[in-house]
Design a protein around this ligand. Structure first.
Ligand SMILES: Nc1ncnc2c1ncn2[C@@H]1O[C@H](COP(=O)(O)OP(=O)(O)OP(=O)(O)O)[C@@H](O)[C@H]1O
Length: 346
């Protein structure tokens, strides 16, 4: 499928989608840019069994963004996050978080980061409130004098005030997820890292978490969240990176990424078959006809061909009830870039 030209700061690995520039073996990786909140160069993880989970990743997360880290299950998102948080060592490559090299700076960086990775670690026999208090007490940078107030505020933000006294083992998956999020919100943070934060939540729970993410971002915290849900990224993120099989496919602003999928021409008419013939005669391709609707690819046709197309339909006495170009979605862009559907295991 033809792709619209892209302006702005969408970046794609040299060599086109899927190709990632890698330093020559043995060469020192160039230092990542430090003005980004997260920056990686050539970040790679090969597990002992030989599995190449992350392959030469160059990621740039701008300060103040809500950055969606998107990819199907198994594409390397969690492995990347675990490397960024210093939980596992990369096989090669470099990364900085909040301007400091990781994993060397774990002790100075992590207090500035709220993280929720692979579900929260909770004590089932403690209440939600006591879990948070315990979590806070384990944080050497947390002020014990303000603990009670901060715990109450965090519970309130995630909508768990009423259930705060219940034992965590009685919590639903969604409630556990919210409690984990509350633990990341006990202190103001410069960066919030959330691995699949809406996993296991019902639609209402998802909406609430997304609203919370927007709220936290509006307060100035950069949010980095992984997801396999395209519509989630479109709803909450300003920027996104797309992973496929351990590699970065593309990164940029969500608006620009979605714009990579060219819109389709859509004509609403009861005279669908005749309209299809006219469009075909005017070089519109991949025409699909459904009830009262014809759509097709504009292909090489430029936007200024649209008035002529509309006039041709009218001249052929086709009853045109609607005529326009529908914007492509991020899912269209993903499919166009990778040639694969989204719900595939890597
Ligand atoms: N500890 C490990 N040892 C060996 N292979 C691993 C390990 N952890 C992850 N992998 C493999 O690395 C690949 C990437 O996994 P990862 O969990 O990073 O993907 P993901 O995009 O986060 O997917 P998911 O959403 O399913 O967690 C997968 O093929 C996975 O099986």
């Amino acid at each position: 499928m033809a792709q619209a030209s892209v302006t702005g700061d969408v970046t794609e690995p040299a060599g086109g989608p899927g190709a990632v520039a890698r330093p020559a073996p043995g060469a020192a990786s160039p230092s990542p840019r430090t003005d980004d909140v997260i920056s990686t160069r050539g970040l790679t993880k090969r597990f002992r069994g030989g599995q190449l989970a992350v392959d030469g990743l160059d990621l740039s997360v701008p300060r103040g963004s809500v950055f969606g880290f998107l990819g199907p299950n198994g594409s390397g998102k969690t492995t990347t996050i675990r490397m960024l948080m210093g939980l596992i060592a990369p096989t090669s490559g470099v990364s900085t978080v909040l301007g400091e090299p990781m994993p060397q700076s774990v002790s100075s960086v992590l207090p500035r980061v709220g993280a929720l990775i692979e579900g929260p670690a909770l004590y089932g026999f403690l209440s939600g409130r006591d879990n948070l208090a315990r979590f806070d007490a384990a944080d050497p940078t947390a002020d014990p004098r303000t603990r009670q107030r901060r715990v109450a505020e965090a519970l309130d933000r995630v909508g768990l005030t009423a259930a705060a006294g219940k034992k965590a083992r009685a919590y639903s998956l969604g409630m556990k997820q919210r409690l984990g999020l509350a633990s990341a919100l006990l202190q103001p943070r410069e960066l919030l890292v959330l691995d699949e934060p809406t996993n296991g939540l019902d639609p209402q729970g998802m909406r609430e978490i997304r609203a919370l993410v927007r709220e936290v971002a509006a307060e100035g915290t950069t949010v980095f969240l992984s997801s396999h849900l395209l519509d989630e990224i479109e709803q909450v993120c300003t920027h996104a990176a797309v992973m496929s099989r351990g590699r970065l496919v593309v990164q940029g602003t969500v608006t620009e990424l979605a714009a990579r999928a060219r819109g389709r021409l859509v004509v609403r008419t009861p005279d669908t078959h005749r309209a299809g013939e006219v469009l075909l005669a005017h070089k519109v391709t991949e025409i699909r006809i459904t009830e009262n609707r014809v759509d097709g690819e504009l292909g090489a046709l430029a936007e200024d061909a649209l008035p002529g197309l509309c006039a041709a339909l009218v001249a052929a006495e086709i009853r045109v009830h609607g005529f326009g170009v529908e914007r492509g979605t991020l899912e269209d862009a993903f499919v166009a870039l990778t040639g694969e559907g989204f719900d595939v295991a890597g």
